[in-house]
Design a protein around this ligand. Structure first.
Ligand code: BG6
Length: 512
C-alpha cells in the first residue's frame, strides 16, 4: 500500500518562507584539498546559493598545504557539477565560482597565518564581508587544536574588541578518539574559543530525514502518546553501508565502526528518537534533552557489544576483497568494520525497552533506518496467514536513506471467507511527496553555522557523554584480539554474533 501526496515546493519558496539569510561573511575551509570540500562542502554552498540563501556579500577561501592556486576553482566546479547534480551552464555557477579563492600554507607556519589574516582582510574590502568569518576545519583530527591555537595567537579567533563582527569555527568529526582525548580537545578548543563560537559538526543532523524524526514525534498529535515503554517493545537503529573503506585505510585502522559511525551518527539519531520534547527548538533546550538521554544510559555491558570484520565476498554482484587486504590495512588488523550494541535508557519513558544499534561496512545493502517495534495486542483474536500462525507486531520504520520515507506496518484482513491477517505497509515517500532533493545534509548545517544557530551541532557535554559510553568497550576490545576475524563475508548481513545479541532476547533484526 502506498499513500503519498505530491506537494512540491514552488521555486524559491524555501528562501521566502525562511528569511534566514546570513550576514555577509567569508567561509574559510582548512583542509580544502581533501575530498569533503569537493564532494560535499562546495556543492552544499552552491545549493544554498541556488536557493537564494547565501548573503550577497560572500566568499569562500580554501586553505591547504599544496599550491593549488590554478586548479582549485576548476576542481571545485567539477565537484559542484558532479557531486551536486548541477548543470554545467547553470546561470549562477560562473558568478559563484568567481567568489571561490585559494590560499596555500602549512598549518603550522606562523608566517602563513599572518599572511592569511592580511589576505582575509583584503577580501573583506573586496567583497564587503565585514570581518565575519566561518572557519571550517576539514582537516585530520590531529590538527584541530593546533590550528585553533594558531588562529588565536594571530588574533583571528576572537572578534576585535567592541566590533560587531563574528568568528565561528566548525570542527569536523571525529571529535576525539575516546573520553580522555575528547575532554582534552574540548579543553584546548575552549581555551581559545567560547562555546558559542564552536560548531562540532555531525552531518547526520543535517539530514532532512533525521530532523524529521523530531517533526514526526512532536509535530503530530497521534504518535507521541504511544512513544514509550507502555506501547513500544524495542527499537532498532541500523546504519548499514555496502561500501568499504574507500581508500581510507590509515584513518579507518585507527577508527573502526564504533568511532566512525556508532558513537556519533547513530547516537545522534538515538537521541532524537528517545528525547523528551524540548521547551523550544532553541540550541540550549534541544541539547539539554539530548544530553539527558545519553546520561540515562547506565553504561553498555561488554557482553552487550559485538564486533565484526568483513572478509572477502560479493557486493552488488562483484567480488570484493576482505578488510585485511584493503590498501594500507594491516594483514592482522583487529579493527572492527561492524559493531552492534544493546542498551537501555533508564528513565520513566524508556525503562525496560531495549535499543539495538548496529553499524557496518560492506554489508548487503546501504540502509540507514530506525525501526520502532510495538507490543502485541493483548488478545490473539485473529489467525495469521503465516504457517506458524504468528501475528507480527506493528512497526514504524523511519528510513533515513536511501528511499527516504516512513512506513507503518499493520495487520489487515486477507480477502476471503476466513478471517486471516496479513501485514501490510502504509508508506510515505519523501521523493514522491516533495520531489527528489540533491541536498547532502551540509547545506542546513553550513547555513545554521553562518546564522549562529547551534541547535543541530554537538555540544561539549554531549560529545563527552557518548564517549563515556563507548570508551570502556573500545578499551576492552583493544585489549583482546578478536578471535575469528574476519567473521562476516563482504556483501552479507553481518556477523552471526549480531544475530545472537538479539536472539538472547528472543528477537531478530529487521532484514537489511
Ligand atoms: C562518515 C564516515 O562520517 O559517514 C564514513 O566517516 C561513512 O565512513 C559516512 O561512510 C556515512 O555518511 P552517509 O551520509 O553516507 O550515510
Amino acid at each position: 500500500m502506498s499513500i503519498t501526496k505530491a506537494v512540491p515546493l514552488p521555486e524559491g519558496e524555501l528562501a521566502k518562507k525562511e528569511e534566514r539569510i546570513p550576514e555577509p561573511c567569508i567561509v574559510v575551509i582548512f583542509g580544502a584539498s581533501g575530498d569533503l570540500t569537493k564532494r560535499k562542502l562546495l556543492p552544499a554552498l552552491y545549493h544554498l546559493e541556488q536557493s537564494g540563501l547565501l548573503p550577497k556579500d560572500f566568499t569562500v577561501v580554501g586553505v591547504a598545504r599544496r599550491d593549488l592556486s590554478t586548479t582549485f576553482a576548476p576542481d571545485m566546479q567539477d565537484g559542484i557539477i558532479k557531486g551536486g547534480g548541477v548543470e554545467e551552464n547553470d546561470p549562477k555557477l560562473k558568478p559563484f565560482m568567481d567568489r571561490v579563492q585559494y590560499f596555500a600554507t602549512e598549518f603550522d607556519d606562523d608566517n602563513g597565518y599572518e599572511k592569511l589574516k592580511a589576505y582575509l582582510a583584503d577580501l573583506d574590502t573586496k567583497f564587503n564581508t565585514k570581518g565575519n568569518r566561518l572557519f571550517y576545519l576539514a582537516v585530520a583530527p590531529e590538527f584541530f587544536a593546533d590550528i585553533i591555537q594558531r588562529l588565536g595567537n594571530h588574533g583571528m579567533a576572537k572578534p576585535e574588541e567592541g566590533a560587531a563582527h563574528w568568528i565561528r569555527v566548525i570542527i569536523e568529526k571525529p571529535f576525539g578518539t575516546d573520553l580522555a582525548s575528547a575532554r582534552k580537545l574540548n579543553d584546548e578548543v575552549n581555551a581559545v574559543l567560547s562555546e558559542d563560537q564552536i560548531f562540532r559538526i555531525d552531518h547526520y543532523l543535517g539530514k532532512e530525514t533525521v530532523q524529521n524524526i523530531l517533526v514526526f514525534r512532536f509535530g503530530n498529535g497521534i504518535f507521541e502518546p504511544v512513544w514509550n515503554r507502555n506501547y513500544i517493545d524495542h527499537v532498532e537503529i541500523t546504519a548499514a553501508e555496502s561500501i568499504g573503506i574507500e581508500g581510507r585505510g590509515p584513518f579507518y585502522e585507527k577508527a573502526g565502526a564504533v568511532r566512525d559511525v556508532l558513537q556519533n551518527h547513530v547516537m545522534e539519531v538515538l537521541s532524537f528518537v528517545a528525547m523528551e520534547p524540548p521547551d523550544s527548538f532553541q540550541a540550549e533546550a534541544v541539547r539539554t534533552e539530548k544530553l539527558k538521554v545519553w546520561q540515562a544510559i547506565e553504561g553498555i555491558p561488554i557482553e552487550n557489544a559485538v564486533r565484526g570484520q568483513y572478509g572477502p565476498g560479493t557486493v552488488d554482484g562483484k567480488p570484493a576483497i576482505g578488510y585485511r587486504r584493503e590498501e594500507r590495512v594491516s594483514a592482522e588488523s583487529n579493527t572492527e568494520t561492524f559493531a552492534a550494541v544493546r542498551l537501555e535508557i533508564e528513565n520513566w519513558r524508556w525503562a525496560g525497552v531495549p535499543f539495538y544499534l548496529r553499524a557496518g561496512k560492506r554489508l548487503e545493502q546501504r540502509v540507514t533506518e530506525v525501526t520502532i517495534v510495538f507490543k502485541q495486542p493483548p488478545l490473539h483474536l485473529f489467525k495469521s496467514n503465516r504457517s506458524d500462525d504468528k501475528i507480527e507486531p506493528n512497526v514504524i520504520t523511519m528510513r533515513i536513506q536511501p528511499d527516504e520515507g516512513i512506513s507503518l506496518r499493520f495487520g489487515a484482513k486477507v480477502p476471503g471467507p476466513t478471517t486471516n491477517v496479513r501485514q501490510v505497509d502504509m508508506h510515505f515517500s519523501y521523493a514522491a511527496a516533495f520531489g527528489k532533493s540533491s541536498a547532502n545534509g551540509y547545506e542546513r548545517l553550513l547555513l545554521d553555522a553562518m546564522l549562529g544557530d547551534a541547535t543541530l551541532f554537538a555540544h561539549r557535554d554531549g560529545v563527552e557523554a557518548t564517549w563515556a559510553l563507548f570508551t570502556p568497550i573500545l578499551e576492552a576490545w583493544a585489549a583482546k584480539v578478536a578471535t575469528g576475524f574476519p567473521n562476516y563475508a563482504a556483501g552479507s548481513k553481518g556477523p552471526d554474533c549480531a544475530d545472537e545479541l538479539l536472539a538472547k532476547d528472543g528477537r531478530a533484526w529487521r532484514k537489511l
